[in-house]
Ligand binder design. Structure first.
Ligand code: SAH
Ligand code: SF4
Ligand code: F3S
Length: 474
């Protein structure tokens, strides 16, 4: 493994050799004309980006991809541990693979991702799902070819969880799912330890990629036609800590924004604790940076924010948001919210409602608190019954629906630049997104998918806009 900086390694020659060996084995083991892989990804964009690396390594090992597990020689689920529901879905779907393995015993079934970094989960898989041959966590991506090769040749079950928290690997072949929308990880891991959250335990400590490597990748993406590039990290605002070069997130954004081309630059997720005025000024002054800020506040109650270990209060949050509204014309704000954190009362919850009324978010990702093994919140008293939390949750959705509808209605009559993304499935309708990440549905020819168009907003339905192509002169 060759080192290019303190804790940065490049994917080793050895892994390329393993990919070559896998290709040779699969020539013999494949069931169809070409070896086929079925990859299913759960969870957030970090997982999507990891799957794109795995697909890159599989493509280099001679694989094509299928969306039918029944046809595959290799099946992989990249899993998410953030809430119980996410884990339950994985368990249910893994169970269903038993029949496929029975029908085709030579296929290799593998599980990876955040869930697999948890010991109790790996143990459960080991005992309950004997047909799963390979299990590896988020820390093992850099030697996935070696793990896969070993499973294929010795037929023994391989279970691996990582411990090299400080390592960062470069040089993965990446096979992106999209051709005009793409993810670009700028950092991995998280140091925040919000008391409810499993992510720091399963993704390790925060590590920032070198700015020149990110810039190079962004340039390649723009040159190969990406129109919507999202920089990824659990807390992008703390980008750059421990790097040799002194580059913070705002500086990184400015450097990427300076790349010529017709594209939008997005990022997620911003933590309010480290969200600076400099960042908001950078968005306001940017050429390609979309006018959208996803800034999860989680709760409107200072007491709950403290118990969550979020390191900001309602006042600080509103200060940032108001500064963003003042500086960024038409800024679109979105957020994540947890309802029913241990010890939360209806009074606390009402503070959340009043905050969303005050800010008027474009859209919200709302979650009912889910206890995660090993996190401090899972040990806290949680006296509110589930039905009560569901009632609060529905109340939150109702209030947000009203706000989103009002916000969308206020856009009727305006003209928006829209990136056309795909078909809605209804008639010949297409859908796209504004710079603020609001969905727009419109009638347009299919050839426009993947292009920017000016769209006149004619109608609004809850959080979805309707529009028509403006006469662009061709
Ligand atoms: N790093 C991002 C969020 C990553 S997880 C941030 O700090 O904003 C995405 C969202 O899942 C979180 O914002 C939170 O709202 C939610 N979440 C995380 N753990 C949860 C839990 N135990 N129960 C319910 N929701 C949770
Ligand atoms: Fe989880 Fe908090 Fe880190 Fe986000 S910042 S990933 S919510 S610990
Ligand atoms: Fe899930 Fe892991 Fe993302 S736990 S939300 S896939 S970082």
């Amino acid at each position: 493994m060759s080192e290019i900086a303190n804790n940065i390694n490049v994917l080793s020659e050895k892994q390329s050799e393993y990919m070559q060996l896998i290709a040779e084995i699969m020539e013999i083991r494949k069931r169809g004309e070409k070896p086929l892989a079925y990859i299913r990804t759960y969870g957030c964009q970090q997982n999507v980006a990891d799957s794109e690396k795995i697909k890159g390594m599989l493509a280099q090992s001679g694989f094509d991809f299928t969306d039918k597990p029944d046809d595959a020689d290799f099946i992989l689920y990249n899993t998410c541990a953030v809430r119980e529901h996410a884990e339950d879905r994985v368990f249910g779907n893994v169970g269903a693979l038993k029949n496929i393995k029975r029908k085709h015993p030579q296929i290799l079934i593998a599980l990876c991702g955040c869930m697999m970094e948890q010991e109790h989960i790996a143990n459960k898989i080991y005992k309950s799902f004997p047909f799963v041959g390979l299990v590896f966590g988020t820390h093992s991506l850099h030697h996935f070819p070696e793990l896969m090769y070993n499973s294929l040749v010795n037929g023994k079950r391989i279970f691996e969880r990582g411990n090299d928290d400080n390592m960062l690997y470069e040089g993965f072949p990446v096979k992106r799912d999209g051709i005009f929308k793409g993810w670009l990880p700028i950092m991995y891991g998280c140091n925040n330890f919000c008391t409810y959250c499993i992510v720091p335990y399963v993704r390790g400590r925060e590590r920032s990629r070198r700015p020149d490597i990110i810039l190079q990748e962004a340039k390649q993406m723009v040159q190969s036609g990406y129109k919507d590039i999202t920089l990824l990290g659990q807390n992008v605002n703390s980008y750059g800590k421990k790097l040799d070069e002194n580059v913070n997130f705002s500086e990184l954004l400015r450097r990427i924004d300076a790349i010529d081309g017709d594209y939008w630059l997005r990022f997620m997720t911003s933590h309010p604790r480290d969200c600076s005025k400099e960042l908001i000024d950078t968005i306001a002054d940017g050429t390609h940076i979309s006018k959208h800020l996803h800034l999860p506040f989680q709760s409107g109650s200072d007491r709950i924010l403290k118990a969550m270990n979020r390191h900001y209060d309602r006042k600080k949050y509103l200060e940032i948001v108001n500064y963003a509204k003042e500086k960024i014309d038409g800024v679109s704000l979105t957020s994540d919210i947890i309802v029913g954190f241990p010890g939360e009362t209806y009074e606390d919850f009402k503070e959340t409602l009043s905050l969303i009324r005050e800010v008027e978010f474009t859209s919200l990702f709302t979650f009912i608190y889910s206890p995660r093994v090993g996190t401090p919140a899972a040990e806290m008293d949680d006296p509110i019954p589930a039905e009560e939390k569901s009632k609060w949750f529905r109340e939150l959705l109702d209030v947000q629906e009203e706000i989103a509808a009002k916000r969308c209605a206020s856009m009727v009559g305006t003209t928006e630049k829209v990136l056309i993304e795909g078909k809605t499935g209804k008639n010949d309708e297409l859908n796209g997104r504004t710079s603020g990440n609001i969905i727009v549905e419109l009638k347009a020819p299919e050839e426009m998918i993947g292009t920017f168009q000016n769209v006149k907003i004619t109608n609004a339905r809850n959080w979805i806009l309707k529009g028509e192509l403006e006469n662009n002169g061709g």
